[in-house]
Write a protein that binds this ligand. Sequence first.
Ligand SMILES: Cc1cc2nc3c(=O)[nH]c(=O)nc-3n(C[C@H](O)[C@H](O)[C@H](O)COP(=O)(O)OP(=O)(O)OC[C@H]3O[C@@H](n4cnc5c(N)ncnc54)[C@H](O)[C@@H]3O)c2cc1C
Length: 252
Amino acid sequence: MGKTTVKVRLLEYSPNPEKIVTMAARLCYSASDIDGLEANVVAADQQSFVQKLLDLGHYSTIEHVSFTFGIEGVSRSLLAQITRHRIASFSVQSQRYVGETRQQNQNGIFDYVVPDSIMALGPEAMTEFAEQMAQIQKWYDGWVEKLGGGRGAYEDARFVLPNAAETKIMVTMNARELRHFFQLRCCRRAQWEIRRVAEQMLALVKEVAPVLFADAGPGCLVGPCPEGKLSCGNRAEVRKQYGLNSVGEVNQ
Ligand SMILES: Cc1cc2nc3c(=O)[nH]c(=O)nc-3n(C[C@H](O)[C@H](O)[C@H](O)COP(=O)(O)OP(=O)(O)OC[C@H]3O[C@@H](n4cnc5c(N)ncnc54)[C@H](O)[C@@H]3O)c2cc1C
């Protein structure tokens, strides 16, 4: 296929996430049994309760709900970054078991991600990049052949594949880790590809758990910019992007 674009899907998530979080929190302060707790959790209650928990920092309660995403059309470079998040579970398409030979790919070339900055340089730069990828394909195919072909050969032939090579990932995070992930990776200081993925993940979880993720996003949404001297300096603009005014209230 060659050049590819990012696709993020929310595959599954804990049903009724805000109800579960509310129950977990109520349990801490109530003498009631579990059936009683569940019977008493009403929708209206959930909104204010979840918000209160988040304000208090009672974060263990939001670890009870998790979200599973399918992410494809991303680079191995993104993979190196996203897998640094240790409180998450990952499954990654294996370059040991899945070959990238010319015959195995549509158009005779492995899928790869082209950075916007290179695209912006115009068609000549795009052609140069595509030619480089095609050269790498030749090197890869050559090593697969020399190493005897098949799975045994993919393992070491992959050493010549670039960071641009496309990968597919399934990732599961609980709501606490997701909020932390959004703080770091929706920030304008984050690298563009992981930021793009994080922003799509945030939009998806906001649809199914709007209260849990109402104030989720880069760190500067809920306090001063955590980047200090390295700040992008565009806090007001970032807050506007997330629908907040300059003092952090939701724009009406
Ligand atoms: C803008 C930016 C630039 C970066 N640049 C670099 C770089 O140049 N080089 C580089 O190597 N990395 C870099 N990173 C990656 C960064 O150092 C972290 O590894 C990554 O962001 C994961 O963050 P985390 O450890 O907070 O998250 P997670 O691993 O998801 O952990 C979540 C939280 O759990 C707690 N936690 C998890 N594990 C432990 C533990 N073992 N001990 C104590 N507490 C724990 C911490 O409170 C942590 O914040 C960069 C990240 C960003 C956002």
